[in-house]
Design a protein. Structure first.
Length: 232
């Protein structure tokens, strides 16, 4: 019987290759560390009450500011109270870790040869500034990310949320619409825009269109927008 020959591969022995490989894995680890700040995830199933589910949905969608506005409702609801208290602790933990994560991002920006990760690093700096409620710094970093990658629609969404917080509603809506012009079917963008239309510019008919778009793909998002329209 003929033996099976194990193929041999010559690995590069130059230090430059291994340095670039280390940088790549370093960037991957960094992304894992900050992913809970970046959020932008679909809503997850939870056994907590609806008041907390709304907090969690906003946070998972990347809008901690408005999630915190709804937190008192969750703390007051018996079926949501424990989860809301745990959430508050988790947010404080994020804030404590933010300076370390920010330092790591700056180090990556100064040393990386992987040009394709630079927009995401700049975006993550904006997310951390967002977390620390530094609106102007967040705007600066999101715009820096867009200079490197103009098609990064989520950066426009984040800019819209920052300008909404600052009361600059015309700018906010412009950024939402820009994001939708890049990715017209992005559920998170439709959710954020729908919520914006219920709480800041108050155009219920336009908000309802966003809810209807989300009804089958993200029913929890749709429900939340509709309840906001009804004032529930």
């Amino acid at each position: 019987m003929k033996g099976f020959a194990i193929p041999h591969f010559d690995l590069p022995n130059n230090s430059g290759f291994w340095w670039r490989l280390a940088v790549f894995f370093g960037a991957a680890i960094l992304f894992a560390l900050v992913v809970h700040w970046v959020r932008q995830a679909p809503p997850t199933a939870t056994s907590s009450g609806w008041a907390y589910q709304q907090v969690e949905m906003l946070d998972q969608a990347g809008d901690l500011y408005h999630a915190m506005e709804l937190l008192p409702n969750a703390l007051a609801e018996a079926s949501s109270k424990q989860a809301a208290e745990d959430f508050l602790k988790a947010v404080e933990s994020r804030k404590k870790q933010a300076p370390s994560a920010s330092t790591q991002i700056v180090s990556q920006l100064q040393t990386t040869e992987l040009k394709f990760i630079i927009p995401r690093l700049l975006f993550n700096k904006g997310v951390i500034a967002d977390l620390m409620q530094d609106n102007l710094d967040a705007i600066r970093w999101y715009k820096a990310a867009l200079e490197k990658k103009p098609g990064m629609s989520i950066a426009y969404v984040r800019l819209a949320l920052v300008h909404e917080r600052m009361g600059e509603l015309e700018k906010a809506e412009g950024y939402f619409l820009k994001a939708l012009s890049i990715q017209s079917r992005a559920p998170l963008t439709h959710f954020h825009y729908g919520m914006f239309l219920t709480r800041s510019v108050v155009r219920p008919q336009d908000a309802l269109k966003e809810a209807q778009f989300l009804e089958n793909i993200r029913p929890a998002y749709s429900r939340m927008i509709i309840e906001q329209i009804k004032g529930e």
